[in-house]
Design a binder for this molecule. Structure first.
Ligand SMILES: *Cc1c(COP(=O)(O)O)cnc(C)c1O
Length: 390
């Protein structure tokens, strides 16, 4: 069965259930009945923005319609021109590359580290050419990339850094929030992420230099944000732009989750650690590999993945779990091997790990409503599968 078809079926233990922690519907009611404000930049958007700024230490935060849009905005703010190159991993979601391709940029993919599945920082420097404009690290599974090295390379070569921190809410590298270390950072509040507003995201700016331009870009090319702050007496068309601000209903939903951010994070990390502990014997026997979290990183329990022997074994395990009512899923098809990746980008150096490791990776169910007993059940079925394999 294809993964797309599988995801349409009903599972006893699905891969994901969007977070609903209490308070979301009440906030949405307030937006409608009390605030009478359902378009963007109302009280809930302001509260979410303030929360994010305070808890991450970002220089500035703009709530957006998605992480993809936050990254599209970044490519504008970097003034990416046709032919400009951006270095990124091939093992990522399409949006990291699309943001630059939409501006005529060229994604230059480099290999990942097999331990964290993040971009291999040691391979970045040799991929730099005179056309390189930026580095776009992706913090896979909420585990930070080796940012000190990446920031040093960027500084030495005068490159921008955009962190794809879509999966990085509440996670840190050397105590700094993911998404706040590069010039730009983007997080996602899609329903599959730890904190959600259905569709949505945020753009983090490290310093305020790009803030005014970003606000104009987000508000249809107008200085409406300045107008509402009373800084100008009328708002006008200032530059090109589009509409990247989410509606208040989405922000109201998100705010309820930010109010319980610690609780959500603790729950997810607890489930992650339970998987890790219960699967350790199987890892010690050499049948599977477990994720690595470097010492500098505090993760957020976004994804629990295992690595199996190969593609064949992964398909068989997915099949086995599916028969037991458990949905486990894989990703990403490496971008450099996808049709658009071949058209728009290129891979620099050797693909030692990207393809091989992505074919071995399997994500297990992990969501706020999952119970420790269900984790136990998933592990029991994985163990049963390996028994049948001898
Ligand atoms: C989810 C995700 C995105 C896209 O986020 P949206 O908010 O859906 O646009 C981008 N990059 C990575 C690594 C993701 O996991």
């Amino acid at each position: 069965m294809k993964q797309e078809d599988r995801q349409k079926m009903q599972y006893r233990i699905p891969y994901n259930i969007p977070p609903l922690v209490g308070g979301e519907l009440e906030n949405m009611r307030v937006a409608c009945e009390v605030n009478h404000k359902i378009c963007g930049d109302g009280p809930f958007t302001k509260e979410c923005t303030a929360w994010l700024q305070e808890h991450t230490g970002a220089g500035a935060v703009l709530l957006t319609t998605s992480c993809s849009h936050a990254m599209d905005m970044t490519a504008f703010l970097m003034d990416i021109q046709p032919g400009d190159e951006v270095i990124l991993p091939s093992f990522t979601f399409v949006s990291t590359a699309n943001a630059f391709v939409l501006r005529g940029g060229v994604p230059v993919f480099v290999d990942i580290r097999p331990d964290t599945m993040n971009i291999d920082e040691k391979l970045i420097e040799e991929a730099i050419t005179e056309k390189t404009k930026a580095i776009a690290p992706v913090h896979y599974a909420g585990v930070g990339c080796e940012m000190d090295t990446i920031l040093k390379i960027a500084k030495d070569h005068h490159l921008y850094v955009m962190e794809d921190a879509a999966q990085g809410m509440m996670a840190t590298y050397k105590g700094r929030a993911l998404g706040t270390m590069g010039d730009f950072g983007a997080v996602s509040f899609h329903e599959t992420k730890n904190y959600s507003m259905g569709e949505g995201g945020a753009l983090y700016l490290r310093d305020k230099a790009h803030l005014e331009e970003a606000e104009i870009l987000r508000e249809k090319g107008t200085n409406r944000s300045q107008f509402f702050r009373g800084q100008v007496d009328k708002y006008r068309w200032m530059n090109f732009g589009s509409s990247y601000l989410p509606g208040e209903l989405n922000a109201a939903y998100l705010k309820a989750q930010l109010d319980k951010a610690e609780e959500i994070n603790k729950k997810r990390i607890g489930l992650w650690e339970e998987y890790y502990e219960l699967l350790s014997p199987l890892a010690e026997s050499g049948r599977i590999e477990l994720p690595t979290v470097p010492e500098e990183c505090v993760h957020n329990g976004h994804i629990f993945y295992i690595k199996v022997k190969d593609l064949e074994e992964r398909s068989a395990l997915i099949e086995h779990l599916g028969e037991k009512g458990i949905l486990a899923v894989f990703h990403y098809v490496p971008l450099h091997s996808a049709p658009a990746g071949k058209t728009y980008g290129r891979f620099h150096g050797e693909d030692r790990f990207t393809t091989k490791e992505s074919e071995r990776l399997l994500r297990l169910p992990l969501y706020y409503a999952l119970s420790p007993a269900e984790v136990e059940e998933v592990v029991k079925e994985i163990n049963a599968f390996y028994k049948t394999r001898g």
